[in-house]
Design a protein around this ligand. Structure first.
Ligand SMILES: [Zn+2]
Length: 311
């Protein structure tokens, strides 16, 4: 049974852009709001726009030394010394300003704005299936943007989960919008991201204002596996994403369907025993992570009803 849980108000919210310095929609939006925050102002809320990796933004590079969006491990956050990689130092600074991670002082919500080169459309990324505040928020956003689809990617896999910039907050949420090439700004992607964030902030304002959100269900795509490209004996890529799979993010991949096209023309088929839903297909940034796409399974989560605790 799903009841209605009382949760504390979410008064402190941050909007991060430029966690990756070549993903320009989030960078442009945060730059805009740093100059004039009227658009993201809401009653009873502190909404703080923040450029997460300013040096990478300046260089128009994903990162300087190491991926900031993998840097928020307990080890990194506790390292001491002068010689740390830039992003490790930056992770510590971010944890000081918006955290500490896991403490009562941490920000309530961090939205982290990302772009993908994959044909994923609007995607919200969750790190937990038990965060009913976030489940209610994504439910609200999905309905608000309909008939436009907003997919929800759930990454709480014990091995494939990674230490994101947003994980400093009590309720971390990623916005991933594409396709947009690295270093390129596309108006449709920029406006989609802006609209999702508007609805997200509206949701928090309603919640803080006493609106009760009833129990509901949310369809999510749960990360189950990362798939690498086929490689030769020297470790070099020997195939491309198959044309039947390219741009088909969130569409079912059934046993026997083509996955890769070898340089010699042969087809590599999906050999699994159940239908999966690939996403992040052919993401440019994931070549270095030896990842051609992510396999997900579709499932429906139950969200508890929520209302704000009367103080
Ligand atoms: Zn990114």
């Amino acid at each position: 049974m799903n009841g209605v849980a009382s949760l504390s108000a979410a008064h402190r919210v941050a909007v991060f852009g430029g966690t990756h310095g070549n993903e320009l929609s989030g960078i442009a939006l945060v730059g805009l709001w740093l100059r004039d925050g009227a658009e993201i102002r809401r009653r009873g809320l502190e909404v703080r726009p923040f450029m997460a990796n300013p040096r990478a933004v300046q260089e128009r590079a994903r990162y300087i030394d190491t991926d900031l969006n993998r840097a928020f491990t307990p080890e990194n956050l506790s390292f001491q010394g002068e010689d740390l990689p830039y992003e490790v130092k930056r992770a510590q600074e971010i944890n000081q300003i918006f955290g500490p991670m896991g403490s009562p002082d941490a920000y309530d919500v961090i939205f982290d704005l990302h772009n993908t080169t994959s044909n994923m459309g609007c995607t919200l990324i969750l790190e937990s299936s038990n965060d009913h505040f976030n489940l209610q928020m994504v439910h609200y956003i999905k309905h608000a943007v309909a008939p436009v689809t907003c997919s929800v990617l759930l990454n709480d896999h014990p091995r494939l989960h990674y230490s994101t910039t947003r994980s400093v907050a009590k309720h971390p949420i990623g916005l991933e919008v594409g396709p947009q090439p690295q270093g390129v700004l596309r108006s449709n992607i920029f406006e989609s991201m802006r609209l999702i964030l508007k609805h997200a902030l509206d949701f928090i304002e309603h919640f803080n204002g006493g609106v009760e959100f009833l129990p509901c269900t949310v369809e999510v795509y749960r990360v189950v596996e990362r798939v690498d490209y086929p490689r030769d004996s020297n470790g070099n890529i020997s195939a491309m994403v198959h044309p039947d799979l390219q741009d088909c993010d969130w569409e079912p991949l059934n046993p026997g369907d083509p996955m890769f096209q070898m340089f010699d023309g042969r087809t590599v088929q999906y050999k699994g025993d159940c239908t999966v839903y690939p996403t992040f297909i052919n993401e440019a940034a994931y070549y270095e992570k030896q990842q051609a796409f992510v396999m997900t399974k579709k499932e429906t989560l139950n969200a508890n009803g929520i209302k704000v605790t009367k103080s």
